[in-house]
Design a protein around this ligand. Structure first.
Ligand SMILES: Cc1cc2nc3c(=O)[nH]c(=O)nc-3n(C[C@H](O)[C@H](O)[C@H](O)COP(=O)(O)OP(=O)(O)OC[C@H]3O[C@@H](n4cnc5c(N)ncnc54)[C@H](O)[C@@H]3O)c2cc1C
Length: 483
């Protein structure tokens, strides 16, 4: 069938909206990455039946279907050529005592508001704040400042309802037949090749499937390649009665890194890092030679932590905050680190950010900083760094002349080769997308990659769900050309 016929067929059969206007295709051709791919059709389904119909038509006509949340992904995960399916109408929120049932299109901000009224919160809190959707949070296995204590999305999932690549509705872990099949594939992996990090959004997380009861976790970080998520049940927790936030200044990132190890043993609810370039945006006078800050939050045993913290750290404690409003203000500074860092990079010095999300075991954090320093020396680049230090997850923005764009592949190969040696993952939370899928075979080795392909074939035999991500890649659809 021609594209024009598929468009008309979808329009006739779907109760939701179907678009192919130039402006709308343009809107869906970009996300928060530097890539651009023009899709052919946008479907905004109203019902489960609409999603199934879309997948069945796509299957017959060999056209891809890519799920879209809010499009805030940083590596082009939600961009593709065929149909983009936007789940915004799946926006129900049903709060129970210890879990919430949410539609994939629920905005994180709406969920937070609804939970706050009941004195509850949901742990995965990407720094993008209220603007992302729950389908995207699951699709990327997103995490944030609370992950050090409460885990990433994967650890907070209880159940997932999704439509697979054949148009079949599956609920995991209830559906034992599928659960058993996933477990069988999980048993084939070489676990030693999986990074021993506290969060990981690379490839398929078959390492997290230890029983049929874990089967739903496979959707976390699957980037829309295994199924279109309709809804999920996720853990929720009671809001802490009190919080305590320390802001600590360091003259060396290596001192900060070695303190992180000690601090992590004191069970903080947040342990985050920003470097010197971010500091200039804070409404606060730091010492002249300050190279970086750690943000350390506790949400239990506040009195004890308040007294004992100073003994844990070698840096200068410049803030000790207990007032909620003030705590929120300082977390905003941390959450704005990406936009602060972009402010300090001239447009012509911004290059695609392939190495921006590596994660290493916490005891290797100092070595990761050293690797960043070596990378800068070798390639004559500069970097801005910030991130989730407590998880060994540092975001790196490279500053280099755009005309040297060809260097990015070389930098990525060098950097990731060393990240592998440190036992790390190429991505702790932002996923593989267009930028990094080509590194997955190197991350996991041929045996595990074969298991990934088997899993993909089981749930999406015609490879229509977000192709060219995770198990395959189309190299470098770069929006940016050298200036
Ligand atoms: C300023 C900024 C800060 C950020 N900070 C963080 C951070 O701290 N932590 C973090 O983890 N991430 C962060 N991110 C990355 C990103 O915002 C998050 O990962 C976010 O959760 C993505 O949600 P989204 O709705 O925008 O997803 P999208 O970008 O729309 O999609 C992401 C992936 O999920 C898939 N997907 C979406 N919906 C579904 C569905 N219904 N079914 C199946 N697959 C689906 C898509 O196909 C895609 O592969 C940040 C991004 C920005 C721009």
């Amino acid at each position: 069938m021609k594209i024009s016929e598929i468009r008309k067929l979808l329009k006739n059969l779907i109760s939701g909206d179907v678009y192919w206007d130039k402006e709308i295709l343009e809107f869906y051709s970009v996300d928060a990455s530097l890539y651009q791919i023009f899709p052919k059709i946008i479907v905004i389904p109203k019902s489960e039946k609409d999603v199934i119909t879309t997948i069945k038509i796509a299957n017959k006509n060999k056209i891809s279907v890519t799920a879209r949340g809010a499009g805030t992904g940083l590596v082009g995960n939600s961009l593709n050529e065929g149909i983009i399916i936007d789940l915004r109408n799946f926006d129900s929120i049903n709060i129970q005592k210890n879990f919430v049932e949410i539609g994939a299109g629920v905005q994180k901000g709406s969920l937070d508001k609804a939970l706050k009224k009941k004195h509850k919160f949901s742990a995965p809190n990407p720094s993008i704040g209220p603007y992302c959707a729950m389908g995207g949070i699951i699709g990327n296995n997103a995490s944030g400042s609370k992950t050090i204590k409460y885990g990433s999305t994967l650890e907070n999932l209880i159940e997932i309802t999704f439509i697979d690549g054949k148009g079949k509705k599956i609920i995991l872990p209830q559906n034992q037949t599928f659960g058993k099949k996933i477990l069988r594939i999980a048993k084939k992996i070489d676990v030693s090749k999986f990074p021993k990090v506290s969060k990981n959004s690379c490839g398929y997380r078959l390492d997290s499937i230890n029983s049929v009861q874990d089967a739903h976790k496979i959707l976390a970080g699957s980037e829309g390649t295994l199924g279109i998520i309709l809804s999920a049940k996720m853990k929720i927790r009671s809001l802490p009665k009190k919080r305590l936030l320390f802001v600590v200044e360091y003259q060396s990132v290596y001192d900060a890194a070695s303190d992180c190890l000690k601090i992590s043993k004191s069970k903080p609810s947040g342990l985050e890092f920003v470097d010197r370039d971010t500091l200039v945006n804070f409404d606060f006078e730091f010492k002249k030679n300050t190279k970086c800050l750690l943000f350390v939050e506790y949400d239990t045993n506040i009195d004890t932590k308040s007294k004992s913290f100073a003994k844990l750290v070698s840096g200068k404690i410049s803030k000790k905050i207990t007032k909620e409003k003030e705590i929120e203000k300082w977390w905003k500074y941390r959450d704005l680190a990406l936009s602060f860092s972009l402010k300090s990079i001239k447009f012509q010095d911004r290059v695609p950010h392939i190495i921006e999300d590596a994660t290493v075991p916490l005891e290797k954090l100092g070595e990761l900083f050293s690797l960043i320093e070596k990378t800068n020396k070798k390639f004559h680049t500069k970097t801005i760094m910030y991130g989730h230090a407590g998880n060994g997850n540092i975001h790196v923005r490279i500053i280099s002349k755009r005309k040297k764009i060809f260097l990015i592949d070389e930098i990525s190969k060098y950097y990731f080769e060393h990240v592998f040696k440190l036992g790390g993952s190429i991505t702790g939370e932002h996923g593989d997308g267009i930028a990094r899928s080509w590194f997955i075979p190197k991350q996991y080795g041929p045996k595990n990659f074969k298991a990934f392909i088997e899993l993909k074939k089981m749930l999406d035999p015609s490879n229509i769900l977000n192709p060219n991500k995770i198990t395959s890649h189309k190299k470098h659809l770069k929006k940016l050309e050298p200036l």
